[in-house]
Design a protein around this ligand. Sequence first.
Ligand code: GLU
Length: 292
Amino acid sequence: MTRPVFRFAPSPNGQLHLGHAYSALLNQRMAREAGGRFLLRMEDIDVTRCTPELERGVLRDLAWIGLRWEEPVRRQSDHFDDYRAALERLIDADLVYPAFMSRGEVRARIAEHEAGGERWPRDPDGAPLYPGEDRHMSARERQALIDEGAPFAWRLDMASAIAHVGNTLDWDETGQGPEGEAGRVRARPESWGDVVIARKEIPASYHLSVVVDDALQGITHVVRGRDLFHATAVHRVLQELLGLSVPQYHHHDLVLDDDGRKLSKSRGDTSLAALRESGATPGDMARMVGGP
Ligand code: GLU
């Protein structure tokens, strides 16, 4: 029998907080209980916000809370070729298109629509779906814009993608979704619309790199926060389109602040570094996140 493989995959674009400690320690505990391996992956495709200094801080914090992982750590910015190859397959299959609308244009388009009294559809995170008119642009028009140097992102043509893979995708959930979803969960990728798959300069987005890496690293168990539960539907579509392996998913509780809000990297007060400086111990961390 092959050993289960777990991973913790932080983005080094800020300081880790208690929520990350909870996720990392839970991952490690579940890996240990399953007799599995435990990997660490740096999700640093956003090369402007992720810095070597922040990465050093992440490694320091994780070592401090008692996390132990296999070396080498996979750093996504070292593997753009893997994501480019996956992107090219989607381009060749005509399942992605260059999307040229700027944020401002999208906002204006939606405001215009909503002024007519009808609400524009939102994705599970509350962001408006991409209007997608440029899905129907002619090849010549596209090329002209690209030649002019217009900025664009590669977006998945979700309707075509679903037509390709069928609308009966599901996954095995051992944790819980926001509405208590568990067990065999039906994926609803249509709720996301045409998600970004890659940028003009960076051949990957979170959705693309996460499924490629989980497959390349042989991950069998994805343990992560409930805020990523609905994103799993997009991941299932990409796994089918690219013929990638499908892990089991476990979406866990989020650590909330005293006002019941999700912790954020921009608020320093619950950062692991601040807690350490104020005299907290690794044992305190484990107890604060319900560990041993
Ligand atoms: N890098 C993502 C984050 O820090 C987590 C990705 C995942 O676990 O799938 O939120």
